[in-house]
Design a protein around this ligand. Sequence first.
Ligand code: LLP
Length: 419
Amino acid sequence: MDHFGLVDGELHAEQVPLAAIAREVGTPVYVYSRATLSRHAQVFREALSALPRVHIAFAVKSNPNLAVLRLLANEGYGADVVSEGEMNRALAAGMKAQDIVFSGVGKTRAELAAALRAGIGQFNLESEEEGVELSAIAQSLDARATCTLRVNPDVDARTHAKISTGKAENKFGVAYDRAAGIYARLAGLPGLEMRGLAVHIGSQISDLEPSRQAFVRMGALMEELRAGGHTVSHMDLGGGLGVPYKAGDALPTPADYGRMVAEVARDWDVTLMFEPGRVITGNSGVLVTEVVRVKQGTGNPWVVVDAAMNDLARPAMYDAWHDFAAVKPTGEAMTANIVGPICESSDTFAMAREIDAVKAGELAVFRTAGAYGATMANTYNSRALVPEVMVDGEKWAIVANRIEPAAILAAEQVPDWLR
Ligand code: LLP
């Protein structure tokens, strides 16, 4: 459920007409709904309420905007970060260092040291090598690193190959069969406190069965470690729950997910940790765009919009579907190809799609763009970095400025020897 809907025939974010935002800020622009974000944060938490000890670390990568992070900090969420930059955002948003989890296969020594100095709550180690390095850094800083070991359970998440992370051939975590040995060795290193296991098998997961299988395997590994005399007080089950992108898509709800987790993990006697991203932010944002022109084709007309693959990369990267809707629908429909202005054919949002009829100069939105939208934007074709707005009831505010091409140009220089 979200708070983007028609009021008097015109698409609004909560009580604010999207056309009013577009008029003042220009297009393309991302618009987030505070009520939707809060609701998703609460629904996800409630879905886990049958479990005794839960820590939720929002996957910052899905939407790292400072205002979004502050809102989630206010909802009691911690953060799952994958770089020093994300860590500093979470801290700047007011999240407590203790509530931050550091994931990622390529944390550098400098990042590990910075995270130790900041006093973050947990490192999810992705290899034995990383644990050995972290132990040395912790000793040199006279610090102690609280860690889990990320395990690759070799389960197929049945999602898009590019966002699947839990198969043996993926780069993430340590092999399931080697995990107990690695855990034992890392537990013996000075400066490290091994307190549990972590798993994350993929994103936009639309079927709970692979996650259930992965969690069952993790439970067995937990028992094996405990039988070997090791402490396992924390189990991090990652993120990955998908969201509906098309009207009519039936996906498991947070409540379904919570029931499945409770069934598998009820008797684990651990703090369960979660790293949701998309399920919190996905439906909380739209990308507002203006139709530049409608160009006749040999087949369907081309609706050329002023948003492009640099603003919303998901269709180009993963053939992802985002619903397209007119801001002032007339009730008429057309079948069209929707494309951006970038000079490559991958800058295509939809082919042969039945959409609201639109004309040059009219506004439209791509829906479900709150996750992996603005955060993946770039400036390809020397375009601006897309701005972001948050709406709250009748109020709205710019939460990220448009970075103009001139500002990016100003950071470049020609060396003397080329003059
Ligand atoms: N935890 C870890 C360790 C992750 O790698 C991810 C996502 C998450 C949590 C959050 O997953 P979520 O709940 O959002 O599914 N750019 C792609 C998605 C990449 C996901 C990367 N990892 C897309 O636009 O679909």
